[in-house]
Design a protein around this ligand. Structure first.
Ligand code: ATP
Ligand code: MG
Length: 450
């Protein structure tokens, strides 16, 4: 198997420099795992001994060093402009807070370093001459498609609960399953995830959501997701007695997630698009379930979830806008297309169409085929508007702030509001995007018009 590992020159040079400087150095973790799976590794991490001082000494003068995590014995070397992370062999002891080791101890032996790593498939080391080191059966687990903790899973998850989410994330990325004891311990220890910083949870969740097998993994471990996002748990048992639907809101959500393009904003929107349904469910006299106003309710809940996870304001806005618009009726009238193109921007407008398509995929069979022409019609309308160079934002407007100042507007928010109103009028086809017409309307707004 080891022959398949082909480390790039820039990373091998760093490994060689370490060894020439008297260190013992190995490629470890993701690069070895991915190479053995026949995938191209993202980055080539090195573990080296005997400690950070020796590592620094071996590399100083030969590489630009970025001291990224000195406390943990990690330094990044820039080799041919590319970063290579070197971490000193270390062992970790005591995890009182379930997320950080109380003490990091630098050790001399690779074996001890491998023992602190999370999963057997991540605890493999490789050296171009000395070959592969596999102390915990990582190769067999790779071949079987299994994620197994190094050591006792309950203890490892209690040490650092983020490993639970990492396990789900790797399963979703690699298409692996969690080995039975690892799976049981993940569920049993899930409450410890509440101690993990929201930013780290967000990072792992986002990678999980964008992975090819995200839906299967969330289907297998709903309780883990609902521990970090309790707002979503009412979806699990929320049935939908409606001819357009099959399954619960949660099942539908997973189908939509699977069908949505693997891009963070769209996958978040897919996960959250119906989260307001349980709170809006009513039953008609005919027994049919209705969820009136659920898009607005989902948007409000999505807003709370995104801010709770400390998502960036920009990403949260994009996710929430898509959630809000997921129930748009298609084909959209040309005016509506223009308005939404202006509000969402080109990328997210077409993203919305993808989300709607995914939503239909997750509804009753046959619906998608029936409705696709309306979606294509809407897409064409948007493409035509863009091709015509239609006015979709303040930048496209035939007048600007300077023009309004010349008319006598005072600088400040009033001027901004006037521009917004002009844009609104153009978007709604009440005014053509022409200078004369807009200036006339601006004069009216200012109160000096005819
Ligand atoms: P990728 O970078 O493709 O997501 P990776 O395996 O390189 O995968 P990283 O998060 O970059 O994952 O971590 C590098 C290595 O460090 C892992 O392979 C694992 O051996 C170890 N590791 C990272 N985080 C932990 C953790 N919380 N507990 C134990 N070991 C960890
Ligand atoms: Mg990595």
């Amino acid at each position: 198997m080891a022959e398949r590992i082909e480390a790039p020159g820039y990373a091998r040079q760093v490994l060689e420099a370490l060894e020439q400087g008297g260190c013992e150095a190995w490629f470890v973790g993701g690069c070895v795992r991915d190479s053995l799976m026949g995938r191209a590794p993202v980055d080539w991490d090195i573990a080296a001994g005997p400690g950070p001082v020796a590592i620094e000494r071996a590399l100083a003068g030969r590489y630009t060093l970025i001291r990224t995590g000195e406390k943990h014995g990690t330094v990044t070397a820039l080799s041919a402009g590319r970063p290579v992370e070197i971490t000193a062999f270390r062992a970790e002891t005591g995890y009182a807070d379930h997320r950080h080791p109380d003490a990091v101890r630098f050790v001399d032996r690779l074996d001890e370093d491998l023992a602190r790593r999370d999963f057997t498939v991540n605890a493999l080391a490789y050296h171009p001459r000395r070959g592969l080191v596999d102390r915990f059966g990582g190769q067999a687990d790779l071949a079987a498609g299994v994620l197994r903790c190094v050591g006792d899973p309950g203890r490892r998850f209690a040490e650092d609960a983020l490993r639970i989410l990492r396990g789900l994330r790797f399963a979703a990325c690699l298409g692996f399953s969690l080995e039975a004891q690892t799976a049981r311990a993940a569920v049993e220890n899930r409450e410890l995830l509440r101690e993990i910083s929201r930013e780290r949870v967000l990072g792992e969740l986002e990678k999980l959501l964008c992975a090819p097998h995200a839906a299967q993994v969330l289907d297998a471990f709903p309780s883990v997701l609902f521990t970090v996002l309790p707002e979503l748990s009412p979806m699990e048992h929320c049935t939908q007695e409606h001819p357009c639907h099959r399954g619960t809101v949660w099942q539908h959500t997973l189908w939509v997630l699977e069908a949505a393009p693997a891009e963070p904003v769209l996958r978040w929107a897919a996960l959250l698009h119906d989260c307001g349904k349980p709170g809006t469910k009513t039953r008609g006299p005919d027994g049919i379930a209705h969820f009136y106003g659920h898009a607005a309710e989902s948007e409000a809940l999505a807003r709370e979830i995104c801010s709770g996870l400390r998502m960036s304001g920009r990403e949260a806005d994009r996710v929430c806008a898509l959630v809000r618009c997921h129930g748009e009726v298609l084909p959209m009238a040309p005016k509506r297309v223009k308005k939404l193109l202006a509000r969402l921007g080109e990328e997210d407008f077409f993203g919305l169409l993808e989300l709607i398509r995914a939503d239909w995929t997750g509804q009753a069979t046959g619906l998608l085929e029936e409705r696709l022409p309306a979606l294509e019609e809407t897409r064409r309308r948007a493409e035509d508007l863009l091709a015509q160079g239609a006015c979709l934002g303040l930048g496209d407007l035939a007048v600007n702030g300077d023009d309004l100042l010349e008319l006598g507007f005072a600088p400040g928010p009033g001027l901004g509001r006037a521009l917004d109103r002009l844009l609104e009028a153009v978007l709604e086809d009440r005014l053509p995007n022409r200078r004369a017409a807009l200036l006339e309307e601006a004069r009216t707004l200012l109160g000096t018009g005819p």
